[in-house]
Ligand binder design. Structure first.
Ligand code: ATP
Ligand code: MG
Length: 351
């Protein structure tokens, strides 16, 4: 029997509805695979912010530092600006715990209507790896000459050798471990002529260490077009913080619904806990109706099992999702009538 201690942050909105379904399914997987979960719940959220003036306590990171992983729903709610939930909770956890690899599988699932004409299950099955700690999302910069006609805003992109090399190493290792051994790098070295050529140079240097991996690169603009026109080309796609952000929403968008897409914020060295969450947000428009699709959360749970060294348990969860989708059960976002709980129960039973 293996014990796994998980910090649970349901957060806001439908995060509070889908997290319990994720736990339900993970409990089913645990029963089958000789695992025992201990769930410690933390109420950090926009509601907490409105009461306490912060998204989480000052020593928040210390309270979850020794957990095996973090299982997050979603944060953000009307009335609290997005930058508060982002910079008050998500970014401190991602940066504080060096979760520099944001990994998002993109897979067309059986029975989910694909918005790309003619695409079938099997055609779209790749992983986007986004650099999660530096790059374009730096806080270096500011406004100059305010109030004059010379007024300007500048913000610097930061690519450190350490930061770029560690995400590339992660992406190359991942590509090497997959049957196609194919890595695509997102760049824009024609327009962004200082930082992106550096990124390209590091891709080339890292590639030399992985001779079995086939590498190609595309400028971000045409890469977006290829995601839509030729999604079957891709296996592992790596991008900087900004490009990875764009691609990791576009990818799931190409498979029908972001509601089923999972996201892992990984500290590959396992020095700190990694965090697992659905790609979608707190969806205030449907909160409280019991109709949120819990699959993104459940699939994030499967990624958590993989990361914690229980790949058979993780695979059993993904297989259960596929089986239930293939059986025709659908929440309203996929054109059906099933509730959040119906879907969670069906997947737990299938596990
Ligand atoms: P964030 O900035 O936190 O990512 P967002 O503004 O991108 O949030 P979401 O909260 O992801 O928005 O919601 C976008 C749309 O998708 C909304 O109409 C929402 O109802 C729908 N949606 C999101 N997640 C789900 C889900 N799990 N089930 C059903 N619909 C969903
Ligand atoms: Mg969003």
């Amino acid at each position: 029997m293996r014990d796994l201690r998980i910090a649970v942050i349901p957060g806001d909105g439908i995060g509070k509805e889908v997290v319990p379904e994720g736990i339900r399914v993970l409990e089913a997987a645990a029963a089958k695979h000789d695992l025992r979960f201990k769930w410690d719940e933390f109420p950090w959220s926009c509601e907490y912010f409105l009461e306490q003036g912060r998204m989480m306590p000052v020593d928040g990171l210390d309270r979850i530092r020794h957990h095996d992983a973090i299982f997050l729903g979603a944060v953000g709610f009307p009335g609290v600006p997005d930058h508060v939930s982002l910079w008050g909770l998500l970014i401190p956890i991602r940066r504080g715990f060096k979760q520099y690899a944001n990994v998002r599988p993109v897979k067309l699932m059986p029975g989910v209507p694909c918005p790309l004409a003619g695409r079938q299950v099997g055609d779209i099955d790749f992983i986007v790896v986004r650099e999660n700690n530096e790059g374009e999302y730096s806080s270096i910069g500011g406004r100059l000459y305010e109030g004059t006609d010379q007024e300007m805003a500048v913000q610097q992109t930061v690519f450190t050798r350490q930061g770029v090399d560690r995400i590339l190493k992660y992406a190359f290792e991942l590509a090497q471990s997959r049957p196609k051994k194919h890595l695509t790098s997102a760049t824009k070295s024609n327009g962004i002529a200082i930082t992106m050529p550096y990124w390209d140079e590091r891709v080339k240097a890292m590639g030399a260490r992985y001779p079995e991996v086939k590498v190609d690169q595309f400028h971000i603009d045409i890469l977006c077009a290829h995601f839509v026109r030729n999604p079957h080309w891709f296996d592992v796609v790596v991008g900087s913080n900004l490009f990875g952000d764009i691609l990791s929403d576009l990818g799931p968008g190409c498979t029908g619904t972001i509601a089923i897409a999972p996201s892992a914020n990984l500290n590959p060295e396992r020095e700190f806990p990694s965090m697992f969450e659905p790609v979608h947000g707190s969806a205030p428009d449907i909160y409280g109706k019991g109709i949120a699709n819990p699959i993104g959360q459940i699939w994030a749970g499967a990624m958590m099992l993989d990361h914690l060294g229980c790949p058979e348990a993780g695979a059993s969860v993904v297989a259960a999702i596929e089986k239930v989708l293939a059986s025709g059960l659908r929440t309203p976002d996929m054109g059906g009538k099933a509730s959040t709980t119906d879907m969670g129960r069906a997947i737990a039973d299938a596990v």
